[in-house]
Design a protein around this ligand. Structure first.
Ligand code: CP
Length: 300
């Protein structure tokens, strides 16, 4: 992780031609602003090119019944790497199992969003100056939030982290994550009272209630329970940072001026970090075959 973070720090300084001649294919079967555009921008900034299918769920040959396996076999002969976002959990893994080229999971249903976790950790590294010894609160829809699931997995590689999960009763983090954290001796607990734990937190990681993955009744019962307001901001220490994978909706209710000027609000810097982290990831995956350039990441 630290090698990638240092590489992302280097790549953010200027444009590079490290992936000239390489092609990235982006296949998004679910909506995205940040993940897709930052991957595409990352590839272009590295001198590569991008091919894409606009709204793959509607406009790719998946509509005609083509399997993911056949799709990646074909796209694998047109590109050097594929970025896939899919509504079905495990689909990126299925694609990777058959693909002749690297497949990056850009979010699979309520499963995982690993590159988001990498950029979240990179943001913690930049904002706190460390990736261990901190207390994090994860708030919101933890049952469907793939970003909190993937970030929890990364915490298994860190030391002295305390996690507090806060969610509506029916939207708690999965048992698989709790078991994983126990296995890696990461301290975690569940709480209901956000005000009680805010003053001690170093990172407050907010998430939205994922309306599209639940019934209207579940949504109504979950929304509005945990909202960041100016009152809550007054409980948060000056050195703490507020992260959110975005998009944010009603769970953040602070004035625009506070959002723009309060240094504790880090989620737009976090979104920008996604670009540099994805540049570092693409370079790691694709540049190892490029000969004769001095500006390469040591991979061994
Ligand atoms: N954080 C994130 O995955 O955002 P998008 O859905 O806009 O890609």
């Amino acid at each position: 992780m630290l090698t990638l973070f240092q590489r992302a720090d280097h790549l953010r300084k200027g444009s590079h031609e490290l992936l000239r001649g390489k092609i990235l294919a982006t296949l998004f079967y679910e909506p995205s602003t940040r993940t897709r555009l930052s991957f595409e921008s990352a590839m272009l900034k590295l001198g590569g090119q991008v091919i894409t299918t606009e709204n793959a769920k509607e406009f790719s040959s998946a509509v005609k019944g083509e399997s993911m396996e056949d799709t990646v076999r074909v796209v694998g002969s047109y590109a050097d790497a594929i970025v896939i976002r899919h509504f079905e959990e495990g689909m990126a893994k299925r694609a990777a199992a058959i693909s002749p080229i690297p497949v990056i999971n850009a979010g699979d249903g309520k499963g995982q969003h690993p590159t988001q976790a990498m950029l979240d950790m990179y943001t913690i590294y930049r904002e706190l100056g460390r990736i261990d010894k901190f207390k994090i609160i994860m708030v919101g829809d933890l049952a469907h939030g793939r970003t909190t699931r993937s970030l929890s997995y990364l915490f298994g590689k860190c030391k002295n982290i305390e996690i507090i999960f806060i969610s509506p009763e029916h939207l708690k983090i999965g048992e698989d994550i709790k078991e994983y954290l126990d296995r890696h001796q990461i301290s975690w607990k569940e709480e209901q009272d956000l005000n009680k734990v805010l003053p001690d937190a170093d990172i407050i990681y907010l998430t939205r209630i994922q309306k599209e993955r639940m019934s209207q009744e579940q949504y109504e019962n979950g929304k509005g329970k945990y909202i960041l307001t100016p009152d809550k901001m007054s409980l948060i220490k000056p050195t703490a940072r507020i992260l959110h994978p975005l998009p944010h909706v009603e769970e953040i209710a602070i004035p625009l001026e506070m959002e723009q000027n309060d240094p504790r609000i880090a989620y737009f810097r976090q979104a920008e970090n996604g670009l540099y982290m994805r540049m570092a990831l693409l370079e790691m995956l694709l540049n190892k075959r490029i000969k004769g350039t001095k500006d390469t990441l040591p991979l061994e």
